[in-house]
Design a binder for this molecule. Structure first.
Ligand SMILES: Cc1cc2nc3c(=O)[nH]c(=O)nc-3n(C[C@H](O)[C@H](O)[C@H](O)COP(=O)(O)O)c2cc1C
Length: 405
């Protein structure tokens, strides 16, 4: 299937004397043999390349190009399918903005195009090209969050090893996972994750319950989470718990129960954050609304969990603004490689900044993901990269350390 792929990248700063002409000459021969067109634009710092050809060939070639040490920060911007090529089958063409003016580069790109000008004006591929050509040239800099500058070092037992393993006489257990502010070396909060009595997943625990008891048990188990917070001595850290919103609606006196348990375990209501997933929030919104008011009136914080995984998206924020919003792991995963993910997260950051909603990126596993998100302005992170959940305790936290070049 005819595929168009666009990516951008940066000339590797350690690659002093790139011989672009040699690269292009070799690539032209290779592309011609593969029936691929590679339109390459370069402005002295950044590359933008459009690759057109059959899907499998483009896939393999892009994987190879992505490994090329002559450039880095390779970000896929677009992948699309079409009935015909946008460009002549020219193998490889280089357009160098250091040599030609933006206007002449744009007109020569259009000359090689097979699309009529009026169609090109509406075409996303040409819009990417036009934006690249006309955008002001960036100088290098902002190197603080280059992944190679950071290593992680473990802090052991941040809360001591008060309890570990399973606690007897409970219907479930909790594992704690810190949410951290790495550049400040600060724990932002601890999320209490429910586990079955053999340490199994939340799904496993809930599947063992009588379906008509789910909400009641969901609510009652929060007492164990607060007890755990007290036992390990969370001090003035926050504790985040997950709650099915319908537990607040269906169980009479639910908010009073939560308040009693919070106070019984020597916590402040302001230390407690209730996390509700985007989907649960939207499906039960009208019934849940009055419970939200009660929680807020009591001083308990609210967070939207897994934001971006459901169908509500930004429109949910027009109806309800939480204190905290957690960006779903699907969006965060490999964000350093994906232009669409980056655009979406930038828009979430912009909305939440305007609404003073704190953002957490969840599911961080790679230092590259953290570096991109930190430089985009996110400060709170949760994920295996920094800390794994630990049953009835807080495990090692891996803090990033900066190395000067
Ligand atoms: C910005 C940039 C664009 C590239 N574009 C192509 C291309 O379109 N086709 C190609 O064969 N190689 C391209 N290369 C080079 C490949 O990364 C790789 O070096 C090349 O495919 C030769 O690999 P081989 O010697 O293993 O066959 C590009 C490299 C860079 C840095």
């Amino acid at each position: 299937m005819l595929t168009t792929l666009i990516y951008k990248s940066q000339l590797n700063p350690s690659c002093k004397s790139i011989s672009l002409l040699t690269l292009v000459e070799k690539a032209r021969k290779n592309n011609t043999a593969l029936d691929v067109t590679g339109i390459l634009l370069f402005n002295g710092h950044d590359f933008l390349q459009i690759l057109e050809g059959s899907e499998e060939v483009i896939e393999t070639l892009f994987a190879k190009i992505g490994q090329d040490k002559r450039h880095d920060s390779v970000v896929e911007l677009m992948r699309d399918y079409g009935p015909r090529r946008r460009f002549e089958n020219v193998g490889m063409l280089l357009f160098d903005l250091r040599i030609d003016t933006p206007k002449s580069v744009l007109s020569s790109v259009l000359r090689y195009s097979k699309l009529d000008n009026y169609l090109a004006a509406e075409d996303r591929v040409f819009k990417f090209i036009q934006t690249f050509i006309t955008q002001p040239r960036r100088t290098s800099g902002g190197s603080q969050f280059r992944p190679e500058r950071w290593t992680l070092a473990a802090e052991h037992n941040p809360f001591g090893d008060a309890i570990a393993g399973l606690i007897d006489n409970q219907v479930c257990q909790f594992a704690l996972q810190p949410i951290v502010q790495p550049t400040e070396g600060k724990i932002s909060s601890l999320e209490a994750l429910i586990r079955s009595n053999d340490g199994g997943s939340p799904e496993r625990f809930f599947s063992t319950l009588d379906q008509d008891k789910v909400y009641e048990v969901d609510l009652l188990t929060k007492a164990y989470a607060f007890a755990l917070a007290e036992k390990i001595g969370i001090g003035d850290h926050k504790i985040a718990i997950n709650l099915l919103p319908m537990s607040l609606v269906n169980v009479p006196g639910a908010v009073d129960f939560l308040m009693d348990q919070i106070l019984a375990h020597r916590l402040q209501p302001e230390q407690v954050v209730i996390e509700v997933t985007e989907n649960e929030m939207i499906s039960g919104f009208n019934q849940f609304n009055s419970a939200i008011k009660q929680l807020r009136a009591a001083g308990i914080g609210l967070a939207i969990d897994d934001f971006g995984s459901g169908y509500a998206g930004l429109s949910l924020l027009t109806r309800f603004q939480p204190d905290k919003l957690k960006i779903d792991r699907e969006i965060v995963s490999n964000i350093h490689l994906s232009g669409p993910k980056q655009a979406i997260v930038k828009s979430i950051i912009s909305c939440c900044t305007d609404m003073e909603i704190a953002l957490v990126a969840e599911g961080i596993e790679k230092i590259e993901e953290w570096c991109w998100l930190e430089s985009a302005g996110i400060r709170r992170f949760q994920g295996f990269l920094f800390a794994r959940p630990k049953l009835n305790g807080v495990g090692e936290i891996h803090w990033p350390h900066f190395h000067h070049a």
